[in-house]
Design a protein around this ligand. Structure first.
Ligand code: CMP
Length: 415
């Protein structure tokens, strides 16, 4: 954490504590001299921190008077003076206007977002929840104290302070989030006016909480939402086009497979916004399973792997799909991550079935001749494709890669 972040944290924590403490003082809580001193030191520290923060952030010189011509700085400068402690020490009284002046310190709580911005690796959920967790308790506390100050909806003051506070918090919650249950109701004119104001503010607060919580809940299973969205779209599409039921079943099973294996995220365009280096590291990570599956890649040189990983293109084949046909021009090599394919000769015989970690299509690339067989998926097949130009590049840089493919090709031809 750098200096600015420390200053921000100090001012957030300080502002929060001041926001908890001062309303009690305004309600008439009589502090001891030590408590009063501590409270003044806290307010002075928060104000001082914020003055420093203001001047450093705007690169201003505190010696130049013009820099002070800012309402926030003037308020902080006034709060920095221990006015309340002086009044308390000299006259043994608490001056309400001084406390109200000091209460302005709590506006620095809004540094919480800027503070969170200093942690680039935080989860989006934390960005959403953290400000809510700071603002909401403070707001409820302030409104509850205001309600107590107005008599808590009763004609006379409560004798049990804890119960009065808990009731006021309960009233605040019900009034801010709904229009209140009516069990604690406003009786005097100021209470009624206050109640109306809290209800109006409550519309905004309720909307804020609801939208945040709804957003968090919706995003907690964003992958499923995304998948369901895709399913809805494709179902509508199939309805519009009167798709036969067998074909519908195939489409649904494809989506089901995509959900089971990739949680519905297959599209690499999601990574397009990332810088090339991070993109390549991420692709390397995503494609890692193929390295673990293909035996000869497992022991391969790290540079070869990085080059290969960046060139591989994921493909999915559905059961019965022909990857390519015999005699076609061959322009790519395939690695199977999961699933299986069968190699079918020109006369229709299945000469081999290849599964997880195998590769095929090397003969056409190495010998520069047409495909020697048809390859057909027998199950859903997750494969990675290496195009000819990438294959040529990798083979030129890493002759051992080509040598291995030639060895496998010769074994296959001999079998
Ligand atoms: P290619 O000729 O490009 O296209 C068909 C592919 O099937 C071929 O490359 C090999 O990868 C694969 N293949 C052909 N014969 C066999 C075999 N006997 N065993 C395993 N795979 C084979």
């Amino acid at each position: 954490m750098n200096r600015t972040q420390l200053l921000r944290l100090g001012s957030i924590v300080g502002a929060f504590l001041v926001g908890l403490w001062l309303p009690f003082r305004l309600l008439g809580f009589a502090p001891s001299a030590t408590q009063e001193l501590f409270s003044n030191v806290l307010i002075a520290s928060v104000s001082f921190i914020n003055i420093i923060h203001y001047f450093t952030e705007h690169d201003l010189n505190p010696r130049k008077f013009r820099s002070w011509l800012n309402v926030g700085v003037i308020l902080d400068a006034l709060c920095f003076l221990p006015l309340s402690f002086i009044a308390f020490a000299l006259f043994d009284v608490t001056l309400g206007w001084i406390l109200f002046l000091n209460l302005t310190t709590i506006r620095h709580i809004n540094h919480v977002r800027a503070f969170l911005d200093g942690f680039p690796s935080l989860k989006p959920l934390t960005y959403r929840l953290a400000p809510l967790a700071v603002f909401l308790p403070l707001l409820v506390h302030l409104v509850a104290c205001g309600w107590i100050a107005l008599g808590s909806g009763t004609s006379g003051p409560e004798t049990d302070h804890v119960l009065a506070y808990v009731k006021a918090v309960y009233w605040t919650f019900t009034t801010l989030t709904t229009v209140g249950y009516g069990d604690i109701a406003a009786k005097t004119i100021p209470q009624m006016i206050y109640c109306c104001c809290v209800q109006v503010a409550g519309v905004g607060v309720f909307g804020f909480i609801l939208s945040n919580v709804a957003g968090i809940v919706a995003r907690s299973d964003a992958a499923r939402e995304h998948h369901m969205d895709n399913l809805d779209k494709i179902e509508t599409f199939m309805n519009i086009h009167h798709t036969p039921s067998a074909l519908r079943a195939n489409v649904r099973s494809y989506y089901h497979y995509m959900w089971k294996t990739k949680k519905g995220y297959h599209d690499k365009t999601l990574l397009d916004d990332l810088p090339a280096k991070i993109q390549s590291e991420l692709i390397m990570h995503i494609n890692r399973p193929i390295i673990e599956k293909v035996p000869f890649l497992r022991g391969a040189d790290q540079d070869l792997l990085s080059e290969l990983m960046n060139e591989l293109e994921p493909r999915i084949f559905v059961p019965g799909e022909k990857v390519f046909k015999v005699d076609e021009h061959g322009d790519s090599l395939y690695f199977i991550q999961s699933g299986s394919v069968e190699i079918v000769t020109r006369d229709g015989n299945v000469v081999a079935t290849l599964g997880d970690g195998s590769f095929f299509g090397e003969m056409a690339l190495v010998s520069e001749k047409p495909r020697t067989a048809t390859v057909r998926a027998t199950t859903f097949c997750d494969a990675y494709l290496l195009h000819r130009d990438a294959f040529d590049r990798v083979s030129t840089s890493y002759p051992e890669f080509r040598k291995h493919l030639e060895e496998v090709m010769n074994d296959r031809k001999a079998s």
